[in-house]
Design a protein around this ligand. Structure first.
Ligand SMILES: *Cc1c(COP(=O)(O)O)cnc(C)c1O
Length: 400
């Protein structure tokens, strides 16, 4: 039986929670009771799942399952140490070599998560007396990494290259080193950063250029190699961050770049140094995921993902929904008020479709939305089922 804590030192949390509740900011996550599939069971109901990042269906791929099981038999359930001390196994090295080759760079370093990769890398690269030019819609892990670094943070408006150039003109010379950091695919809007122009600016103003490919890994570029491959920017991006946790189906993040960068991060990136290494099963499954991506099957999966994404987006637009600036498999359905977004998500769920509402403060107050993410696993029937639900509920709520 749970023993109640008798002090009241945390009683202020009740008020804090009440405040959050009143503002509508409380998460009550749904529970997944099946595999993460195109049709999955959440809270006891089978729904068409438009809320996962399992872009290519790799979380359930037989090759990943087998690789994970074999690794457990051969290497056990855990790594038992942090990477720098005794936790670097042959599997970790193999994964990093594969990733470097896949990305076409000299070296790669795997972190426990994409979050840890951003945090540890930004914090290690810049510090007091330096500047970070950070795109205003960057992911929270970049924001936290920037804060931890102690560098001056200069935000630039979303995808606004001219504004960034102006800011660089005004301020670059005041700082020793400077980092330019951006998401490549923005997770709330599904739009893509203008990386070519940003690479030019990085060269013009001598900025270390870092790109977060969390939603681009396995999605953009040849066989899902990411945004640098998509834009043909090989050799012009200093620091590429990628994830193993979204399209690649397991968990983890990595940094890809020069040998010197990786050697430096091994000495300085705190999450990598201080938090235990991935268990063998995760690493082996990630290796299998990269192998699949490199193969013709990977090419097919990425192709199917984009066919599904393009079809779904086009049909939503035909129905009269506002999908914003989306140009990737992340398609927001922007409805304005938080109330509308909540109502839409709720009614969709009742109709058998799970698409998460995204409201203030994650997006602007008047840009509340339901976010959809289609995967390569969705069949035409799944997508049409979802579109029908959107049509029915959209009319019912007066949104279309
Ligand atoms: C999901 C995400 C991360 C964090 O990756 P994890 O591997 O889930 O920790 C970082 N950046 C962006 C843009 C993301 O969408």
């Amino acid at each position: 039986m749970a023993t109640p804590i008798k002090t009241d030192r945390l009683s202020f949390l009740e008020q804090e929670l009440k405040n959050l509740e009143e503002q509508g900011f409380v998460w009550r996550p749904r529970t997944l009771q099946s595999e993460q599939r195109a049709r999955a069971i959440f809270d006891g109901k089978e729904v068409v799942n438009l809320s996962s990042n399992n872009y290519l269906g790799l979380t359930n791929h037989p090759k990943l399952r087998e690789a994970a099981k074999r690794a457990i038999d051969q290497f056990g359930a855990g790594a038992g140490a942090v990477r720098p001390i005794a936790g670097t196994m042959t599997l970790h090295r193999e994964l990093e070599e594969k990733l470097a080759r896949f990305k076409g760079v000299e070296a790669a370093l795997v972190f426990q998560s994409g979050f840890a990769a951003n945090l540890g890398t930004i914090q290690a690269l810049v510090g007091k007396g330096d500047a970070i030019y950070s795109e205003e819609l960057n992911h929270g892990s970049i924001i936290d990494g920037c804060r931890l670094s102690g560098a001056e943070i200069i935000k630039w408006p979303h995808r606004n290259v001219d504004a960034l150039r102006q800011l660089c003109k005004e301020s670059r010379q005041k700082y020793r080193r400077a980092l330019l950091v951006t998401d490549s695919v923005f997770s709330m809007d599904g739009d893509i950063a203008p990386l070519r122009e940003l690479a030019d600016i990085a060269e013009e103003f001598d900025l270390i250029f870092m790109v977060d490919d969390a939603h681009a890994s396995g999605v953009l570029g040849r066989n899902g190699r990411g945004s640098v491959d998509h834009f043909g920017l090989h050799g012009r991006v200093d620091v590429q961050m990628g994830t193993l946790s979204k399209a690649l189906g397991t968990m983890g993040g990595y940094i890809a770049g020069s040998k010197t960068l990786i050697e430096f991060l091994i000495q300085k990136a705190r999450p990598w140094l201080l938090s235990t290494a991935h268990p063998p099963a995760v690493v082996a499954a990630a290796i299998a995921a990269v192998e699949i991506l490199e193969s013709p099957e990977g090419e097919q999966l990425v192709k199917k993902l984009w066919e599904n994404a393009n079809y779904f987006k086009k049909e939503l637009q035909k129905l009269g929904f506002n999908t914003g600036a989306s140009e990737t498999p992340i398609t927001p359905v922007i409805v304005g008020s938080s109330h509308n977004a909540r109502k839409l998500a709720q009614r969709l769920f009742e109709e058998g479709v799970f698409a998460q509402e995204i409201v203030f403060p994650m997006v602007a107050r008047d840009k509340a939305r339901v976010r959809t993410i289609v995967t390569a696993m969705h069949s035409k029937e799944d997508l049409d089922f979802a579109l029908n639900a959107f049509k029915k509920v959209g009319k019912e709520l007066g949104l279309i």
